[in-house]
Structures are given as C-alpha cells and as structure tokens.
Design a protein around this ligand. Structure first.
Ligand code: HAM
Length: 416
C-alpha cells in the first residue's frame, strides 16, 4: 500500500462538511467587507519567495519545497501567499485599475516543517490583503475582518498580540542597538541565536531558549525606537481597534517570521491549541510592491491556518458542517421500474432537491437502510402500484409519517 507523504492529510468525505462550512462562511464574510478572491498558481519561480519573504528567514532557508523542472528552471511550491499575490498584482497591473485593492484567498500551502498536531507540510490558509492605503484605518479593517471571520464560525475567545516594527529607518536603528547589546552577551547566547546575530538578529526575539529569554529581558525594546510618524500610526491603530471593542495585548517582542513587515504586526493565538498556539498572523508590508517592480504602494494583510481553526472548533465543541446530505432517497421497488426512478430523480434535481437512488438493484429493505445511512430526510417509493395510480408514496424519515403525492408534481413538494 502506498501511503500519503508525511505531513500531508486526506480530507475525507466525513469531515469535508466542516471545511466547507468554514470556507463558505469566510467567503460570505469577505464579501461583506468588499474583498474579492484572487487565485494564483500553486508554484512560482523560486525568486518570488526568496526575494519576497527574505533569504535569511527559516521559511526560505529550511522549509521551501524547491525543485528544478525539466526546463531547468528553479520553482517552489508556495509556502505563503503574500509574495505570490504581490507578484500577480504587479504583473496584471491591478493597482492601476483600482488604487485600493481588497483581496482574499484560500488554498493549500507547503512548508517542510517537522509535522505535529496542527503543523503540516501541506496546510491550508485563508488570507486577506488590502493594498493601497498607508492609513491606520486599513490596519484596523484587517483586524476587524479577522475578528468577524472568527466569530462567524464560532471562535469567540482568542488573544490578539500586536506590535510595531516601525518605519525602515526606526527598525534599522533598533536592530543596530539590539545587535550592540546582544554582542555584549554573545557568549551566553544559544547556538541558534549566535547564528541569527549574523543573519537575522530580529528573530532572536522569538527564541524559546530559557537562557536567551533571560538575556532578552535586558535587551532594548523596539517600541522605544519608533519615530514620531511610526508611533502615531501605531497609536491610531490601537485606538481604532479598541474603539471597535477588540481586546489586544501589546507584545514588544513580536517580530513574525517573514522579512517583509514594517509598522504594525499582529498574531492571533488560542489557548485551545497546544504548542502551536498561533492560528493566524499578519501585518504591514509597505515596501514589498516596490520590491516586485510596482509603484510604491502601502499594504497590510493577514493569513489564518484552516487546520488550526478546525482544531480550535473541535476542541471547543463548536464544529459546524454544511449540509450536503441527500434530501431524498428514491427506493425502486422493482428493477424494471428504474427508468421511472431516473426520470423522477432528474425532475427533483432540476428543482435543486438533493436526490440519490439505488444503483445496485438491492431489496426494498436494503434501500431503506441505505436511505437512513446516507441521512436522507425523505424516501420516495417507486413501485408497480404507485406508477399505475400516478401517485408516489413519500416517507418522512424523521417522523416516519407516510403519505401520497401525485407523480406529476412530486418535485413541487417541500422536501426541506
Ligand atoms: P504565517 O504566520 O507564516 O504568515 O502563517 C499564517 C498562519 O498559517 C499561521 O498562523 C498558521 O495558522 C498557518 N500555518 C503556517 N505554517 C503552517 C503549517 N506548517 N501547518 C499548519 N498551519 C500553518 C503568513 O503566511 C503571511 N503570509 C501572513 C500575511 C498575509 N502577512 C501579511 N499578509
């Protein structure tokens, strides 16, 4: 037997209803906020991500599924959407037509990480991006959208952590100070942090190493380095979300794992998740569009991990599923009457009534059992007598009530 690749999962028919519920609800909420869907290819030229996310990040360094195709081109399965979306927006000149773009997406992403509960090598994200506004109202809209998405599927308790990395200048000034401090304690740092001191010092703030954490208590704090513009922007974002009734916690250590961020960064965490407690995150990326050859344009966005959202819903007993089970099961009493059943099923479906029928020429009893098993709300019996009388027997499977309906108008009955 050939097994699925480690860190990947089949989404089987008995759980697809939960996925469908989240996906269709997110779609509706995105449209309530005026966001339009964008779909891009699953793979891109490798440089989209190495340039977009940053060469020194874990994603680019260790986690990308990169391969050379038969035309000798280096391609990568997308590890995230923001860089690919910006590539698409610039290539298709979308900002020329509408200077404020509101986009959302849903789909599979790939990272070579160590698989565990809530961490996969192929996972799914919903994301939203707002391109074309440098104003704090855009940052606030993203957080309000995320909050509405959570509530729409049944997540009412979560923690929002927020920080500002400031403008490029203030971020750079801060990194210099941070490196200066960390070099003074370099010998005591973990090996990983020592390496990061050379490649990506900001990420040392994310260290889980006990010793590093103690040393970091004395480290300079990014919020003290914000210039006036950055500080005002951040104050406005915090005020706007507080006014909208959203609780947040300031976390001056929050830096996120992708290099394109500046100004606001945020992360959503849930105590219902174990070690992988972050189920979404995002922030501003005012330089990325320019980096991809577009006109300098400010942007902000976030992405949510769908597997982690489903895990939260499962653990808090809030899973809901979209109903795709049949409304009607047609029981054919005698195989010779099957063409009547096919024609009745056709009439039902033309009225949007979800209808199935037996394909194995089984006994009435087995067909009734099957109707029950597939969750049909009604059974319609097609028998010799019924056909000659011109009426069909309908059975309500919940109440067991039986009654007759004329064949000619069977599809007009309310099978809800
Ligand atoms: P990210 O924090 O790398 O951000 O990923 C967002 C979410 O995707 C995570 O919070 C998590 O729920 C989910 N996720 C990431 N890796 C895995 C994995 N291996 N298995 C399961 N779930 C995972 C981004 O991707 C940015 N593009 C977000 C963004 C959009 N920033 C601005 N716009």
């Amino acid at each position: 037997m050939i097994q699925a690749v480690r860190g990947t999962k089949d989404i089987l028919p008995d759980t697809i209803g939960y996925w469908d519920f989240v996906e269709s609800t997110f779609r509706k909420v995105s449209h309530l906020f005026g966001y339009k869907e964008l779909r891009t290819p699953i793979f891109e030229k490798t440089e989209v991500f190495s340039r977009g996310i940053g060469d020194a990040t874990d994603i680019v360094n260790k986690e990308m599924y990169t391969f050379t195709d038969k035309g000798d081109e280096s391609l990568t399965l997308r590890p995230e959407m923001t860089a690919a979306l910006v590539r698409s927006v610039v290539q298709n000149s979308l900002l020329r037509e509408s200077p404020l773009l509101r986009l959302w997406y849903f789909g599979p992403f790939f990272r070579f990480e160590r698989p565990q509960k809530g961490r996969l090598r192929q996972f799914h994200q919903y994301g939203a991006e707002c391109l074309g506004s440098a104003n704090p109202e855009a940052d606030a809209e993203m957080i309000l959208l995320a909050d509405s998405l959570f509530k729409s599927v049944g997540i009412s308790e979560y923690n929002l952590f927020i920080n500002s990395l400031g403008s490029n200048e203030s971020r750079k000034k801060y990194i210099d100070e941070l490196v200066y401090y960390l070099k003074s304690v370099k010998d005591k740092l973990s090996e990983e942090s020592k390496n990061r001191l050379e490649t990506n010092p900001l990420r040392i703030l994310d260290s889980k190493n006990e010793n590093d954490l103690t040393l970091l208590q004395e480290a300079p704090v990014i919020l003290d380095f914000l210039d006036d513009g950055s500080r005002n922007h951040f104050e406005d974002v915090k005020r706007l979300i507080a006014e909208a009734g959203i609780d947040y916690t300031l976390n001056p250590r929050l830096v996120r794992g992708l290099d394109y961020y500046n100004h606001t960064v945020f992360e959503f965490q849930s105590s219902a998740l174990g070690a992988q407690d972050s189920f979404g995150g995002g922030g501003r990326y005012n330089n990325l569009i320019e980096q991809f050859g577009g006109t300098p344009t400010s942007a902000v966005g976030f992405a949510l991990g769908i597997e982690r959202i489903l895990l939260i819903l499962e653990r808090t007993d809030k899973l809901q599923e979209s109903d795709s089970s049949p409304q009607v099961y047609i029981v054919t009493a005698n195989p010779e009457l099957i063409s009547h059943s096919i024609s009745i099923a056709g009439k039902m479906r033309s009225k949007n009534i979800r209808t199935v029928m037996d394909l194995q020429k089984r006994s009435i009893k087995s067909q009734m059992k099957e109707a029950n098993k597939v969750g049909a709300k009604y059974v319609v019996i097609v028998g010799e007598d019924e056909i000659s009388e011109g009426t069909l027997t309908v059975k309500n499977m919940q109440t067991s009530e039986q009654f007759k309906q004329p064949i000619t108008s069977i599809e007009n009955f309310n099978f809800e």
